[in-house]
Structures are given as structure tokens and as C-alpha cells.
Design a protein around this ligand. Structure first.
Ligand code: FAD
Length: 354
């Protein structure tokens, strides 16, 4: 049997995004194989992101909110996005839609298998998640999707509520009011430590009982470590994609949109020129994110205040742009408005002097 044109390792967000973008082309130069032993992974995830009107057409958010909040127990800053809204797509919807597009293409085959070696194909894309030790900071969270007995009447996303110093890092609560009675409540840590998620879950269950004013029933549990900031390049089987390639934003862990944006571009290049440029984090963004991660790593006790100051000085749209894309213009406005001393010392590699 002739070798495939493309072999994608992993049918998670980056693998499915690339395959479904390529499936838009009726006549492909060869066959595509996707290997993954666990095709249900995206089922237990929820993907959130900021988007503008133009992006709404291809990201198709199921729910959206124009306001989000950051607070630390004393102060709160509410952002109102004018060009940008915060949106959500359920992992199940993303997965169903991608799988349907792929299944309809006669040249694409999805195989339930665990690869032990680099497969042979003209182009190999590798999305195997890297080990946690390969990241500076881990975003560890426990998320409860709950259905309340009463209306919660929340009209804004609590993006980072009750910001505080814990587990040698930053701790906050995230609340997504999916409907009037259905909430996603997540307890999150940004820390250099590798936290035991089972122990943290017990603590979060107690916190949820305290935080939730009404009776509720559990619908779904989501828990994970999302890596922030790859320490260096890692060996891959072919071209790395997804988290492995650094597509999850170092400073925030958001990666869903970036993976789809890259998949679109890569499939155009593959069809037009039969080659593709590997993903590279824009330099300026990497530098800025490294400053923020260094602060969290070396002066974690200051990080709640730094996030509060960023929220205070940036407008809703600037904050959304910083979280998602961070162009040169956003980086400048962020640097002009951010707490200067902390960022300058962190940029100099001296966060311990702050
Ligand atoms: C619970 C959770 C919630 C998240 N929420 C958001 C969010 O709201 N917004 C956002 O922007 N980002 C979010 N992220 C971050 C990021 O978008 C996701 O982690 C995303 O799934 C990463 O995509 P990926 O393709 O790199 O990896 P994955 O989606 O993890 O896919 C990797 C796949 O590779 C497969 N695999 C591994 N080894 C092998 C092997 N040897 N052979 C074959 N297959 C293999 C695995 O089974 C897996 O399915 C979230 C992450 C998690 C875990």
C-alpha cells in the first residue's frame, strides 16, 4: 500500500482542525491518515475565546458575553468589549462537526490507534501533548458544570474572581454563566508546582458548596493541567502542532483559536505548494509572555496585583486583543499601561528585584 500524503498524530483540537480544513478540498494530492487511541477527548472540554465580528463567522460561538470581570476580594474591574466578545464552543460540538466533515471525505481515514513510532508519510504532523515538566508554569484547574434550582442572574463572565496567592502561585475562580441556571465554575491555579488534581478537586468541591448560593446538580466535571510556556524545543515526529508547537498562549493557556487559524493557513500552503511552514510563536509575544511567566515563577505573591493592574489600565478590547493575538500595537499599549517596574525588571531577567 502506498504511503499517505499526510499522517496526523492525534485527533485533538489541532489534529482535527488541520484534517477538517484539508477536507474542504475535494481533490487532495494523496490520502490523509489520522491516528488517535482516544477519540472522545474533546467531549469533556469547553473552549472559550475572544472574537470579533469577522471571526464570529468561522468560530461559530454557541454562547457569547460582552462583559467580563477580574476581582481580588477588595477591588473589581469590569471590562466591556465593543469590538470583542467572549465566546464558548462545547468540545462535543467542535468534535462532532470536525468528525462529520472528515468522514464525508473519501481520502481521509481516522484510525483508532496509539502510535509508538514516527509513521511514514510525505508530511507528518505531531500533536502528542508534551510532558508537564517541559513547561514553566502549569494552569491546573477543576471545572464543574452545574445546573441550579434558581436563576443565577449573572450577566458577565467572572474571568478571574477572588485572585489570590496560593500553591506558590496564583489562584482564582472562573464562572461562565452558560444559561440563567447553568454555570461552569472553575477553580484555577497558575503555578510552577505540579499539583495533584485529585486532592485539589476535594478542596474545590468544598469551595463550590460555599460559593454557590442555591442547590445545584452536577452535570459534568472538567479537570486538567494546561501548560504555559515551553522551556525549549522538543523532539517531534515530523512537524509539531498544537500545544506541542507552542500554539497555546504561554501567558494565558488559550490555544483553540490559534490552532484553527494555523490549520487554515497550513492547509492553503499544503494545497498550493505541497509544503508548510512550521508554527513559530511571534517573537514579541513570546518575549512579553516570558516576562509575565517569570513574574509568576519568581514573585508569585505579586501576580494577583499585576493581573488587577493590567485589568485596570487596559480597555476591554485591548485586554481581549492582548489575550488572543497581541500584535505590535497591543504589545505597546500593554507595556505603556502595565505596572512598569515589574515588567522592566522581569524583562531584564531580574524579577527577584521587584
Ligand atoms: C479541559 C481543557 C479546557 C481547555 N479550555 C480551553 C479554552 O477554553 N480555550 C482555549 O483556547 N484553550 C483551552 N484549552 C487549551 C487547548 O486549547 C487544549 O488543550 C487543546 O485540546 C490542545 O490541543 P492539541 O491538539 O494540542 O492537544 P489535544 O487536544 O490534547 O490532542 C492531542 C491528541 O493526541 C493523542 N495522542 C497522544 N499520544 C498519541 C500517540 N502516541 N499516538 C496517537 N495519538 C496520540 C491524544 O489521545 C489526544 O487526543 C483547554 C484544555 C483543556 C485540557
Amino acid at each position: 500500500m502506498s504511503k499517505p500524503w499526510i499522517h496526523i498524530i492525534g485527533a485533538g483540537v489541532s489534529g482535527l482542525s488541520l484534517a477538517s480544513q484539508l477536507a474542504q478540498y475535494e481533490d487532495l494530492p494523496g490520502t490523509i491518515k489520522i491516528s488517535d487511541p482516544n477519540l472522545d477527548r474533546a467531549k469533556s472540554q469547553t473552549f472559550c475565546f475572544w472574537f470579533n465580528e469577522e471571526e464570529s463567522a468561522w468560530l461559530k460561538p454557541e454562547y457569547s458575553w460582552p462583559k467580563w470581570r477580574l476581582s481580588n476580594g477588595q477591588d473589581e474591574h469590569v471590562h466591556h468589549g465593543h469590538q470583542y466578545k467572549y465566546g464558548m464552543v462545547s468540545g462535543e460540538r467542535f468534535r462532532q462537526s470536525a468528525l462529520k466533515t472528515i468522514a464525508e471525505h473519501p481520502q481521509i481515514e481516522l484510525v483508532q490507534e496509539w502510535l509508538l513510532d514516527q509513521p511514514s508519510a510525505e508530511h507528518v504532523f505531531d500533536s502528542r501533548p508534551p510532558h508537564l515538566e517541559e513547561f514553566y508554569i502549569k494552569q491546573s484547574f477543576i471545572g464543574f458544570e452545574i445546573e441550579g434550582t434558581h436563576n443565577y442572574d449573572l450577566n458577565q463572565v467572572a474571568l478571574m474572581d477572588d485572585l489570590s496567592f496560593a500553591y506558590g502561585g496564583l489562584r482564582f475562580r472562573y464562572v461562565l454563566p452558560i444559561t440563567a441556571t447553568r454555570l461552569l465554575v472553575e477553580y484555577t491555579l497558575f503555578t510552577a508546582q505540579i499539583v495533584n488534581l485529585d486532592n485539589f478537586e476535594q478542596e474545590c468541591r468544598l469551595a463550590l458548596d460555599e460559593d454557590c448560593p442555591f442547590d445545584y446538580k452536577h452535570l459534568r466535571l472538567e479537570k486538567a493541567h494546561i501548560p504555559m510556556g515551553l522551556r525549549g524545543e522538543i523532539n517531534s515526529w515530523g512537524i509539531p502542532i498544537g500545544t506541542r508547537a507552542g500554539m497555546c498562549r504561554d501567558a494565558t493557556g488559550y490555544g483553540f483559536v490559534e490552532m484553527q487559524r494555523w490549520a487554515k493557513l497550513a492547509s492553503q500552503q499544503l494545497i498550493a505548494h505541497n509544503r508548510v511552514k512550521a508554527y513559530h510563536n511571534p517573537r514579541l509575544r513570546s518575549w512579553m509572555d516570558t516576562c509575565l511567566l517569570r513574574l509568576i515563577e519568581h514573585r508569585p505573591e505579586l501576580s494577583p496585583q499585576i493581573f488587577m493592574e493590567l485589568a485596570r489600565f487596559l480597555s476591554g478590547d485591548q485586554f481581549a486583543q492582548f489575550m488572543m493575538r497581541c500584535h505590535l500595537k497591543d504589545a505597546f499599549s500593554m507595556m505603556l499601561k502595565a505596572p512598569k517596574k515589574s515588567f522592566i525588571l522581569s524583562a531584564m531577567g531580574k524579577p527577584q528585584w521587584i
